[in-house]
Write a protein that binds this ligand. Sequence first.
Ligand code: AP5
Length: 214
Amino acid sequence: MNIILLGPPGAGKGTQANRLVEERGMVQLSTGDMLRAAVKAGTPVGLKAKAVMDRGELVSDEIVSELIDAELTAMDAGTGAIFDGYPRTRAQAERLDELLDKHGRKLDRVIELEVDEDALVDRITGRFTCANCGAGYHDRYNLPQVEGVCDRCGSTDFKRRPDDTEETVRTRMQEYRAKTAPILPYYEERGIVSRVDGMASIDEVADKIDALLS
Ligand code: AP5
């Protein structure tokens, strides 16, 4: 099964993708994570992307589509893919169709997480992740079970994203409204879009997604 998780910054795409990885053995393809890894490694892609990401704008369609192509090439054909944060423009959506064809895959479902944008700033500015394994947490809504210790790997080292400031989040939301939300009709024509209330609890959202994929 191949699915797209769509929604504005902070909608919970990464949180739900993590659950699907753990519970269904799917692979999460997050262009945001790939770009952050490239920035950290100082690769040519990372050097180009860093300033754009820090402003909350979109990196070029070619760069992100090449990252996705490389990941699909490396993946086992029978393993399901979760596209998290990709596609984000019409050009990326069209390119993804070509890539799925090339890799012998088909898109089963597009899940849009519907959220109240005002709540997202709070979600994003309170977010932190395990520096070792990437598990996601939140200062109020999703704390580790033992304070200061990652539930998944036991690390005590956590980090926050440089683009998780209120000002950058507002730009990221504008980019979503202007460039990403308009691609929904492209998938609606095929009858594969489902909407889930992303303001429900993390468990409730996960249950709804699970029901859609069963
Ligand atoms: P990216 O990393 O994709 O960021 P984003 O889309 O802005 O999404 P986020 O990761 O911020 O949010 P999320 O929906 O995953 O929420 P999360 O689950 O963490 O992209 C970053 C940048 O990279 C972009 O700005 C752009 O520059 C570039 N980029 C990436 N892809 C690109 C592309 N395809 N094209 C061009 N440029 C690209 O949840 C947020 C917090 O809320 C967490 O703390 C979580 O614990 C909490 N939470 C989640 N769900 C709930 C819930 N139901 N109730 C309460 N709290 C919740």
